[in-house]
Structures are given as C-alpha cells and as structure tokens.
Design a protein around this ligand. Structure first.
Ligand SMILES: NC(=O)c1ccc[n+]([C@@H]2O[C@H](COP(=O)([O-])OP(=O)(O)OC[C@H]3O[C@@H](n4cnc5c(N)ncnc54)[C@H](O)[C@@H]3O)[C@@H](O)[C@H]2O)c1
Length: 245
C-alpha cells in the first residue's frame, strides 16, 4: 500500500497504460480519479473497478480544453484536492512531413503538450497548498531519439522532457516533484495499430526481447508517485527494456 491516503488524477486512464495505472494505484491504496473523454467507457470501467472493491471516480474531461480541465479540477478540490497527477493522455496522428497538414500537426500538440500544461496548471496549486505533490509526465523513447513520420508526436514528447525539467525547478523547492517517464514500445492499442513487420523489427531492437506491458510502466509510476521518490526531480526515466542503451 505505497499510495495509501493519496488522491491521484490519471489522465487517459480508461485504456492501455492509463488503465493499468489506475488499477495498480487503487490496489496501492490511492483514491483514483480517472479523467478521459469517453463517458460511457469511463463509467463502465469505474463500475467494474468498484465491483472489485477498488476506490475510483470518473470525470469526463478533454485535457486539450482548458475550461474542461479547470471545471474538473474544481471538483477534485471539492473532494479534498489532488496529491498525484499522472499526465498520461496522448494520441498519435502520424504522417511524413510532406503529408502533414497544419491540422494534423496541431491535433497532437493540443492533446499531448497543451493537455499536459492544462492539467499541471489547474492541479498543481492544490499540491502547492499541501506542500507535497508528485507530477509524472509521459514522454516516449521517440522523444529522445526521433522517429520517422512522427514530427508532431516527437515534438510533443521531447517538449514534455523540457517542460518536466523546468517545472521541476519551479515546483521542487515547494515539495512538489515533477518527473517524466519515456516508455519504449508497450503492447497497447496505440502500438497495435502498427504493421506486424514494423513491430517485429522493433522487438528485435529490445535487449529484453519483448514489448513492454502497461504494468511495466505503472510500476515506475508507483515509485515516482510515492514518498520514496522524494529526492528524484526533473528527471526522465527510460522504461524500454534497454532499447536506448
Ligand atoms: N504504447 C506505447 O508504446 C507508448 C510508448 C511511449 C509513450 N506512450 C505514451 O503513453 C501514453 C498512453 O498511451 P497508450 O499506449 O496507453 O495509449 P491509449 O490510446 O491506449 O491511451 C491513451 C488514452 O488517452 C486518452 N485521451 C486521448 N485524448 C484525450 C483527451 N483529449 N482528453 C482526455 N483523454 C484523452 C484516450 O482516451 C486513452 O484513454 C500516451 O501519452 C502515449 O503517448 C505510449
């Protein structure tokens, strides 16, 4: 029970890495608040979790919409405030530079980068008031190394690393640490969209010889969200089976 008594907001917490994190955090004793766009999916997930005896709440939120995030943050404050934020919501919308329209570019910036800013902006004041908080942003292996056909996505994931360093400097002295996790290739819907031959090629580059699981990432989030990570701040951690060694 490493997160007993902590309230954690997990964005994009109804699928993939976010869902595994919501389940793990609830099992670690956290009061979990899931923010995601799809109300029906969110409510079904929470009902299922509650049936397993887990403590979870769902709020329909589009992280790219500042007013939406502000309104949901006010509800979180009424519930006693937020201790931990996992900025996990993210999308891809891939194409080569030649085919990438300004709309394709902007769609990914709005959710991955502005969405991360919106959530930190609206939830960090509650952590600062308590003098304790943990913010974990989700970058990617491609944010460190680049990737063909992902100018927009890579710009957001590299931007998140810079944002994390800056926020770590601004908030760290007030008891709120900010770190990022850069997952490698994790077996979720996002990766399932990739052609099999591309996936096989990727697995061949992973020293541990497999794709990661959402639970592999959730385990790192637990450490970064806990009291144990008090002296870890502004850092980005690769959780990628050694892909980037
Ligand atoms: N799967 C991977 O291999 C991988 C690798 C590196 C980084 N990541 C990052 O991990 C995070 C989770 O990815 P995943 O693989 O679990 O993907 P996923 O598609 O399963 O989950 C993403 C979640 O974000 C939610 N979301 C999207 N737009 C949103 C919005 N505007 N407001 C609120 N919620 C929104 C989706 O509904 C979904 O629940 C993302 O930030 C992704 O970029 C994933």
């Amino acid at each position: 029970m490493r997160l007993q008594g902590k309230t954690a907001v997990i964005t994009g917490g109804t699928s993939g890495i976010g869902k595994a994190t919501a389940l793990r955090f609830a099992k670690e004793g956290a009061n979990v608040i899931v923010w995601a766009r799809n109300k029906e999916k969110g409510e079904a997930f929470i009902a299922d979790a509650k049936a397993q005896g887990l403590n979870m709440t769902f709020m329909p939120v589009d992280v790219s919409n500042f007013s939406d995030v502000e309104a949901a943050a006010a509800k979180v404050k009424d519930m006693g405030g937020c201790d931990v934020l996992i900025n996990n919501a993210g999308i891809t919308n891939d194409s080569t530079l030649k085919k990438m329209t300004p709309e394709i570019w902007q769609s990914v910036i709005d959710i991955n980068l502005t969405g991360t800013f919106n959530c930190v902006k609206c939830l960090s004041p509650m952590m600062l008031e308590k003098g304790w908080g943990r913010i974990v942003n989700v970058s990617s292996v491609v944010g460190l190394y680049g990737n063909f056909g992902q100018t927009n996505y890579v710009a957001t994931k590299a931007g998140i690393i810079g944002m994390t360093k800056t926020l770590g400097r601004e908030l760290g002295r007030k008891g709120v640490t900010v770190n990022a996790v850069a997952p490698g290739f994790i077996a979720t819907d996002m990766v399932a969209k990739m052609p099999k031959e591309v996936l096989d090629c990727m697995i061949a580059k992973v020293p541990v010889g497999r794709l990661g699981t959402p639970e592999d990432i959730a385990a790192m989030f637990v450490f970064l969200a806990s009291d144990e990570s008090a002296y870890v701040n502004g850092a980005t951690f690769s959780v990628d089976g050694g892909m980037t060694v």
